[in-house]
Design a protein around this ligand. Structure first.
Ligand SMILES: Nc1ccn([C@@H]2O[C@H](COP(=O)(O)OP(=O)(O)OC[C@H](O)CO)[C@@H](O)[C@H]2O)c(=O)n1
Length: 397
């Protein structure tokens, strides 16, 4: 019987693994963690970046965990379809799927520190039925019965139901309600973006993907005018919700948006300070920003500018988004940053689920997916400073 042995990863982590591969569906891992040696049988897929089904690691307790859920889009109406009628939308049962997620988080042994709600919490149809406030109450009541505070991200459906000024005053503005101290972006409350640090050494940044957009901006405002001229440069359809079918240009629709220079500069400064502190940063937005993590019709307008900022900081380990209900994943080859687009609740059948619990360790995050969300392990990219600088030079040239 032949065996091969290798070291899985050895960053600044607490654990070092040595793998012994046998001709079985498993591999055997000798580990040393916190001065304890152990032998563990793991699936051959378990410790890769993308694993189909993760086995638990009972000998390690995570530093903390958090829950994540996207595109609930609740409305008390019968099932329907997406615009192209290719996928069913389960408006009413999305509430039950949210309850399933809350039950799971409530019953988990390690209670989540917080929940990330990735936007589109209720559907725009509520506006037509004059049920926006009732639907939001229903969903927020459910979320408040959970075991942890919720950080809300804003998506396009928030703006179909409420104006930006209503949202800023609402329970969906997590900067007003978080128990943890948050560092809000400047810009006189015009941008809904902030960072928080749930545990020393880890920072989460919530971004506003509709900062530059036709949604949520007064038609008389400069921002609306600038957004309109930008979208018009790329989309000549009368109906701006209708995309032009030219690859990445598809992203220029009215249900998307982008990031202002003020927000990009603020993000850059937050990430610089995280670089200095050697924090691990997860950036969160409704809109995906890596073209290989989503279909182009769901990308942020100036995804490239946002990516350039992320790529210029070694602290960024993960980017999480919703919006594309099919979900997606891509590891940025040059930086090792993981780009996750989480499957949407709204297009998940009632007998399935769509949420995840993320366990954070010194060297990785393990995402345990439920229903149609698959398990994944995100090893933290570790790059020596010189390699980081080289990589950065390639993007700034
Ligand atoms: N090709 C399209 C797609 C959509 N619309 C209209 O735009 C509005 C928002 O669409 P909706 O599908 O509800 O937005 P989601 O955020 O749920 O999903 C994102 C993308 O659709 C994924 O493809 C709505 O009024 C649609 O009718 C459109 O005109 N043309």
């Amino acid at each position: 019987m032949s065996t091969t042995e290798d070291t899985e990863h050895n960053t600044n982590s607490l654990a070092v693994f040595h793998h012994v591969t046998l001709f079985t569906p498993y591999r055997y891992v000798f580990g040393v963690s916190r001065n304890i040696t152990f032998l563990r049988r793991v699936s051959k897929h378990t410790l890769t970046d993308v694993s189909p089904r993760m086995e638990s690691c009972p000998e390690q307790t995570p530093l903390f965990t958090f829950g994540v859920i996207a595109d609930i889009q609740y409305a008390d109406i019968d099932d329907g379809f997406n615009f192209t009628r290719t996928r069913r939308r389960y408006y009413r049962s999305s509430l039950q799927l949210l309850k399933n997620a809350i039950d799971c988080w409530r019953e988990s042994t390690v209670k989540p520190e917080f929940i990330l709600q990735l936007g589109d919490i209720i559907d725009g149809f509520n506006k037509n039925h004059d049920t926006s406030h009732r639907a939001l109450d229903t969903v927020l009541t459910e979320l408040s019965s959970g075991p942890a505070e919720v950080h809300h991200v804003w998506g396009n459906h928030e703006f179909y139901n409420f104006s930006r000024s209503e949202l800023l005053r609402s329970r969906l503005n997590s900067t007003l309600h978080s128990e943890k101290s948050v560092n809000a972006a400047p810009a006189d409350g015009e941008v809904y973006a902030y960072s928080f640090s749930p545990v020393p050494g880890f920072t989460f940044v919530i971004l506003d993907g509709y900062d530059v957009s036709l949604l949520g901006r007064e038609e008389s405002s400069d921002r609306y005018r600038d957004s309109l001229s930008l979208i018009r440069e790329h989309n000549d359809n009368d109906d701006l919700n209708c995309p032009v079918f030219k690859g990445l240009e598809e992203r220029y629709t009215m249900f998307n948006g982008g990031f202002s220079k003020v927000q990009l500069d603020w993000l850059d400064s937050v990430l610089s300070s995280c670089d200095e502190k050697q924090d691990r940063v997860t950036v969160v937005c409704h809109l995906p920003v890596h073209p290989d993590s989503t279909t182009p019709i769901c990308l942020a307008w100036n995804y490239d500018e946002l990516l350039a900022v992320l790529r210029s900081h070694r602290c960024v380990v993960c980017f999480m988004a919703g919006h594309d209900h099919e979900g997606g994943y891509h590891k940025d080859e040059d930086t090792g940053t993981h780009h996750l687009t989480l499957e949407g609740v709204i297009e998940t059948p009632p007998d399935s689920n769509a949420f995840a619990t993320v366990s954070v360790y010194e060297d990785r995050m393990e995402l345990r997916g439920y229903g149609r969300v698959r398990d994944r392990v995100f090893l933290f990219p570790w790059r020596p400073q010189e390699q980081h600088d080289e990589c950065n030079d390639r993007f700034t040239d």
